[in-house]
Design a protein around this ligand. Structure first.
Ligand code: NAD
Ligand code: GLY
Length: 372
């Protein structure tokens, strides 16, 4: 079936008075006014985007808002991770205040995870918390960062170290925006899809093995199925553990390694988040197998599927210097953050992730040597 003729699909994030819908459809940006209606206290929004996304989609969104009589102020930041910074946050919040944006106005993030994280954090601190809506335009943002209310910026001490929980009132996913996303970014978002399956849903993993290539090639129903499945998995986890007291940490499968890889890459490499996650997933499964928890065949299956989709799986596949000692030093920053005990997400097999505070750094070092 042509997805543009299909009704939008709705996934509910059940958080009591802060519950909201994730609406997933093809071409939904053109109907944004209809979706926003129930969430606006008055017909006025601040729209935050980056230069690339604004060039592609601001007219479409702007025309739909104009037609509905919704006034707006636009704030456009440079594309890229560097915009998740104190200087950019300060410029943005100052601009919002100068434009007279009030708590009852609505701040809208139009873009990938960088824009969602920056705009969400600005919304959470503006006049002690303004209304916020996410319009994610990357695969990564559609399956992960736009959902769940984590917002923030980076510090010179590491990624995402300054932030807040601030739930959006709506996440509106227009899957047609993926048509303009470049292949590298699309594959990076796909790594997060593999993460969900490897974490909690073996049947979904098998589905990805059968349909992942088609999804990446542009098969719209496959994309929509996978996006909805990931949003459902995340919505259920966030509903049970909004503030990451326990279970939500499973969503970090592969990320202890990935964050260390990104920290090392920031000093002279070229790695985007999803690529680091892909390598981190293989390392998390390899570590689990080394600890006798996970069958070797599942490590090979995870690696085979990521590689078949064009994702890196080994440190040697990445551009940068990823010496084990450098990566372990970066993980120590994670350790400090988590009450003195390094927390790893391990797996008893595909779809069976578990948290562990009992991993020796010698075992971590051994898998970082990139053995079989
Ligand atoms: P991004 O926002 O930098 O977007 C990647 C690139 O794609 C940018 O250059 C952007 O301009 C461009 N782009 C975006 N949409 C496009 C489209 N439809 N067509 C063409 N180009 C487009 O990166 P990302 O991968 O979306 O997000 C990564 C960020 O998300 C990281 O900062 C990461 O820490 C964060 N993140 C947050 C959470 C969370 O829960 N808050 C979860 C995962 C990741
Ligand atoms: N991306 C991990 C989380 O939202 O908890």
């Amino acid at each position: 079936m042509n997805t543009s003729t299909m009704a939008a699909e709705v996934v509910r994030v059940d958080l009591g008075p802060r519950s909201y819908d994730i609406v997933i459809g093809d071409g939904e940006l053109a109907h944004i006014a209809k979706h926003l209606g129930p969430h606006l206290a008055r017909p006025r929004v601040a729209l935050i985007s980056d230069e690339t996304v604004a060039g592609l989609y601001l007219d479409r969104v702007g025309q739909a808002l104009d037609a509905a009589g919704i006034s707006r102020a636009d704030f456009i930041v440079p594309p890229g991770e560097a915009s998740k910074s104190f200087p950019e946050l300060e410029r943005l919040v100052d601009g919002l205040l100068a434009a007279g944006i009030e708590r009852d106005d609505t701040i809208i993030a139009l873009g990938g995870g960088v824009i969602g994280d920056l705009a969400g954090f600005a919304a959470s601190i503006l006049r002690r918390g303004a209304r916020f809506i996410q319009l994610p335009t990357t695969l990564l943002a559609q399956v992960d960062s736009a959902v769940g209310g984590k917002t923030g910026i980076n510090s010179r001490h590491g990624k995402n170290l300054i932030g807040s929980f601030h739930q959006p009132r709506l996440v509106l996913i227009d899957t047609s925006t993926l048509e303009t996303l470049d292949r590298r970014q699309l594959r990076a978002g796909y790594a997060e899809i593999v993460k969900y399956a490897a974490m909690t849903d073996a049947a979904f993993f098998a589905w990805l093995e059968a349909h992942g290539a088609a999804l990446l090639a542009g098969d719209a129903p496959a994309r929509r199925h996978a996006i909805a499945r990931c949003c459902r998995i995340k919505a259920d986890i966030v509903a049970r553990d909004e503030r990451e007291a326990g279970e939500r940490a499973l969503l970090n499968l592969g990320h202890t390694f990935a964050h260390a890889i990104e920290a090392a890459a920031a000093k002279g490499g070229d790695v985007i988040h999803g690529e680091a996650v892909a390598v981190g997933l293989r390392l998390a499964f390899a570590l689990s197998a080394r600890l006798g928890m996970c069958p070797d065949e599942d490590v090979r299956r995870v690696e085979r599927h990521l590689a078949a989709c064009g994702l890196p799986t080994r440190l040697a596949d990445l551009a940068g210097d990823f010496a084990p000692a450098t990566l372990i030093a970066a993980m120590e920053q994670d350790k400090k953050r988590q009450a003195g005990a390094p927390v790893f997400v391990l797996a008893r097999g595909i779809g069976r992730a578990v948290l562990s505070r009992d991993v020796g750094l010698s075992d971590v070092a051994a898998v970082l040597t990139d053995g079989p």
